[in-house]
Design a protein around this ligand. Sequence first.
Ligand code: ME8
Length: 512
Amino acid sequence: MSDKKTFYITTPIYYVNDKPHIGHAYTSITGDVLARYHRMKGDQVFFLMGVDENSQKNVEAFEKSGCETLEQYLGIQAAIWQQAWDSINITNDGFIRTTEERHKIGVYKFFDLVNKKGDIYKGLYKGYYCNGCEEFIKQSDLLDGEICAMHKKKVETIEEENYFFSASKYKDALLAHIEKNPDFIQPISRRNEVVNYIKDHFGDVSISRHFQVAKCGIPLPIDPDHAIYVWFDALINYLTGIGYGTDDEAFDVLWPASMHIVGKDILKFHCALWPAMLMSAGLPLPEKVFAHGFFTIDGDRIGKSLGNAIDPVELSRTYGVDTVRYFLMREIPFGEDGDFSFERLKERYESDLAKGLGNFASRVLTLAEKVDEKSLDDITGLDDEEAQQMIVNAWEQYAIGIEKVALDDVLKTVWECLRWGDKYIEQNKPWALAKEDPEHFAQTMVLLLEVLRHISAMVYPFLPETAEKLWKLLDIESLERSHSSAQLIKWIPGAVTKPTKGVPLFPPIEQP
Ligand code: ME8
């Protein structure tokens, strides 16, 4: 693990017109796994999340909500989203709402720079608008000439006088940046999609809507009858959430972001419009944008209208927070889409968690309790080269997987270690050694406890509750509290001296 550095990571700010579903949880948990990993590594981490409030769809939801004011509705909804993340153990350091004053201050500062650069002009927009995407759409992207391909709904036809951002000025610079920085768009498989979009479709962008149609939003400083278009406003959250315009010192430490995590649906906003805006304002670009695939439910798109959205908070109440986190992280193959089904969730709980991790931990801890306490830190004569190498290799693979955000691969690596441990137990039969050769038995258990200690650290970013339970059973301090995490990946046989058996980590689930 490298020297301490700053790691600033973000998720999209979600619309609050409904409560979170497992698709949002997937992005948020991905961010959390990376944030926790970097904290464990000793980096200075800032993990920003938030909510996108200046959107017409929030206004529509408010009108149906029975709340007295939009402000009241947004306040209730913002709290619901933050609480949802707390309840699935998401450790975001900041939470930004785009109706906050600090956001408005930063947006004005940013707009001023872009305007002074000569990149804002007034023009006529004639075309199509999808409320679901909050986006102006080209006819060539519509199905049957009038249907949004993403939301499967009829788009609005509009003709408006709007303010535009001269995004096309930055087309060549954007393409050059992507060419020069092969890591900018991740996974690589998505890069061509963005390059083609920039070459064929990227042009000047309307960045305002008249308040008569927008109904909400931050007034445009140069024409207060207009609201700043939601995407132009929303993207700036990545700056205002860390102090842009209000706390320059904090901002300078953290910007540019190490990584924006987004779903594939909003990749082009983050890899085309956003960098063009930053170029115009003279700010450095984020290091990476990672776009993940989408979850379907039993093969269908997740949607309010389909009535199939699964609440991650309720799901966690039934199956456990770590189960939900594990399942979502394990089920989507790197860069692809994945499907959610309760059958798969239960299968993975049984095979990977109860029979896999839970069983291995219980075997090791039950046997270890039988060793005379004094012998557990005696490592003379320990033949552990193969185990040590296995763990060193696993950490290497782990770090590579994290770097690529191939989190399912990272988990596969951890489960390889478990399998190695299970095989070691089968081959060395410690229960027999306990009777025949107490010294060899103690050495075998020293080795297995060290493997389990490493596994507990490896699962921590994904399964924080389980890791905490394991640390208690292993009688080692929590990584977060101990701040000695640089020691983490070292092979230290004898580190565990007072293990206890405890209760099963993954007991049978009580069905609802
Ligand atoms: O687009 N599978 O907000 P949003 C995986 N406010 N991830 C999913 C998903 C699914 N089925 N459904 C949603 C917006 N997501 C804007 C963002 S950022 C400056 C502004 C996740 O509430 C995924 O991360 O529609 C996707 O990009 C995001 O939720 C869209 O959330």
